[in-house]
Ligand binder design. Structure first.
Ligand code: AMP
Length: 582
């Protein structure tokens, strides 16, 4: 690791987090000095003031929909200072897999800088614990499609915007092992061909690979599920030194063919290791003996993939990557040895101005009178250093990219402090997913129910490959529908028990009381054919998303017509809960 001192990065981080309060005030001052003359801020009457009190008094809390008209004007080519003093050079598109719609967001150089700071910080702590050499990394990464907005700005995913920046290319040389695959693979136009070549290139350099990475755990699991299907073909390619005919894109063929030479002994070794594995347990350390860890976002909606990822990773540590969004970064994982379920993120106090809305779950009587959209009782937002350990909050931030008091919609729990900066655990997206009556269930509640019911399949060695849900109000009363894709067939008897278990595992008081009085009908479990979730993935990729950013939608609304159609057309059997029958 040249030109980069781990100690100095850690020292800088320690000093900064000790002075978190000071950095927050200073960061707000800089944001407002840089952008105070924008149309948005001028209309709010700040009049040049940059202190937190005036800021909070003048500037309202907003969501993306409040800012959409401003961002749209920027995308359409209005280069006057609307949200930022300097012109916005590009637009980022959120993954859209959470809410079904891709959001437009401003992208600026400052976001590249904060990305670098976050990457450098977590890398320094990671490398202190699990040092890696100068070798390569097997990275399942994909550049996404780009298009020009009406105003001629490039619009693509935030990660692609970052990958394309010069600053990123320079800094990453210092902090990240080189990707085993050439750029033509990363930026190829067919993700299935790119994925095959990532695996192939990773194996060509198997002794040099230091770690395995993808943005999200889903993509890591998807990659190794694919490997189970194509490994023999990859062995043949390595044995004869000729790329499979499945790779048809000329630029990928040319780039990969340059590094593919006949290597029968490597092919034999891979073949023998693969046949020697029991159900692919520990395939990663077996094939990449010098890999030190597996890295990617494994928290939140990625937790359901951890079991399978652990299976593939065997004894290798899984390290959860940092916490951010297309809007901007929030925190770095500086405790890499914690298992992903316990991962926390320390907020970096100089990348934005952070506030936290205290959230409390309402009591039962309040629940009955509250509208379906109120899941939490909110209090006044608190500053970064004022939050309390053990409490839950919604994240609000203001940054250099034109977002002011922006509600991110994520719920986090403060688990402690690193010096004076809070450590956050990601809990869930705030948006309610399942609600018919006075019931209120989030993606986390759904995940817990699915985990509980999936235990009944574990004895049969059957896994839930993926899952989602839907509120069906076409019946009276309405009911929850859970879709499951399974690794192999199970009996009706077991699936009926799983269905009952799912129903009973939603323990939210509103749900239980509604089920008891039949204000909500019996939960329905629908089993879909193998490959259904890959069709959903294909659908999102077709809309311009990328494999490595894919988050399966955990609740499909009626308006998400296409995805609901894919699910419904692939149902092979369904079960209705009898759990509440008297
Ligand atoms: P996107 O805007 O499509 O990049 O998605 C951003 C959202 O992904 C965040 O608001 C979070 O809900 C989720 N997310 C990002 N990083 C993490 C993380 N480390 N753990 C859990 N969820 C995350």
């Amino acid at each position: 690791m040249t030109a980069f001192s781990i100690e100095s990065v850690i020292d800088e981080f320690e000093t900064m987090t000790k002075n978190a309060g000071h950095h927050q005030r200073e960061t707000l001052r800089q944001i407002l000095e840089q952008n105070g003359k924008t149309e948005y801020l001028q209309n709010l009457g700040l009049g040049g003031r940059t202190d937190p009190e005036s800021y909070k008094a003048c500037v309202p809390l907003v969501t993306h929909s409040d800012l959409e008209p401003y961002i749209q004007r920027i995308a359409d080519g209005d280069s006057s200072p609307i949200l930022t003093g300097k012109p916005i050079p590009a637009i980022s598109l959120s993954s859209g897999t959470t809410q079904g719609k891709r959001k437009y967001l401003p992208f600026t150089e400052e976001l590249v800088q904060s990305t670098m700071q976050i990457y450098r910080t977590s890398f320094a702590f990671r490398n202190r614990e699990y040092p890696i050499g100068d070798g390569k990394a097997l990275q399942f990464i994909y550049g996404s499609k780009q298009f020009k907005t009406k105003g001629d700005l490039t619009a693509t995913t935030a990660t692609t915007n970052v990958y394309m920046s010069e600053q990123f290319k320079c800094t990453m040389k210092d902090i990240q092992s080189q990707c085993a695959s050439p750029d033509e693979v990363i930026f190829g136009s067919d993700y299935q061909q790119s994925l095959y070549c990532h695996l192939l290139c990773g194996l060509i350099y198997s002794d040099e690979v230091q770690f395995i990475f993808s943005t999200f755990a889903h993509s890591l699991v998807h990659s190794f599920r694919t490997f189970e299907k194509v490994w023999e073909e990859i062995c043949t390619d390595i044995r004869v030194g000729v790329l499979s005919s499945r790779i048809t894109i000329p630029s990928i063929r040319e780039a990969v063919s340059k590094i593919l030479v006949p290597n029968p002994s490597l092919a034999d070794s891979i073949y023998n290791k693969c046949v020697g594995l029991s159900n692919w347990y520990g395939v990663i350390p077996a094939l990449w003996p010098n890999a030190k860890y597996v890295y990617g976002i494994m928290t939140g909606s990625m937790e359901p993939y951890l079991k399978k990822l652990r299976h593939y990773a065997g004894n290798l540590p899984l390290i959860s990557a940092d916490y951010g969004s297309s809007e901007g970064w929030i925190g770095a994982n500086v405790n890499p040895s914690l298992p992903p379920e316990l991962a926390t993120f320390v907020v970096l106090p100089n990348i934005g101005y952070f506030e936290f809305i205290p959230l409390e779950k309402p009591e039962m009587q309040e629940l009955e009178t509250s509208s379906a959209s109120i899941h939490y009782i909110e209090a006044e937002p608190l500053g970064l250093t004022d939050v309390e350990v053990g409490k839950e909050y919604e994240v609000v931030f203001s940054n250099f990219a034109g977002l002011y008091r922006y509600r991110l919609g994520d719920v986090v729990k403060v688990t402690g402090f690193h010096n004076c900066a809070p450590e956050l655990r990601f809990i869930c997206r705030r948006s309610l997913m399942l609600s018919i009556n006075i019931d209120k269930n989030t993606e986390k509640d759904l995940q817990l129910s699915v985990e509980e019911a999936a235990k009944l399949l574990a004895e049969e060695k059957i896994e839930v490959v993926d899952f989602t849900s839907h509120v069906d109000t076409s019946t009276d009363p309405g009911h929850y529908v859970i879709f499951w894709e399974l690794s192999s067939d199970s009996s009706d008897e077991i699936l009926q028990s799983c269905c009952n278990c799912l129903d009973l595992s939603f323990v939210d008081a509103g749900y239980v009381s509604s089920r008891k009085v039949s204000a909500i009908g019996p939960l329905e479990l629908r089993i879909v054919q193998k490959g259904t979730f890959n069709m959903i993935l294909d659908h999102y990729v077709g809309l311009g998303g990328v494999l490595s950013q894919f988050k399966a939608p955990r609740c499909v609304s009626q308006s998400n017509n296409k995805v609901l159609q894919i699910l419904c057309m692939n149902v092979t059997s369904c079960y209705f809960s009898t759990a509440y029958e008297k």
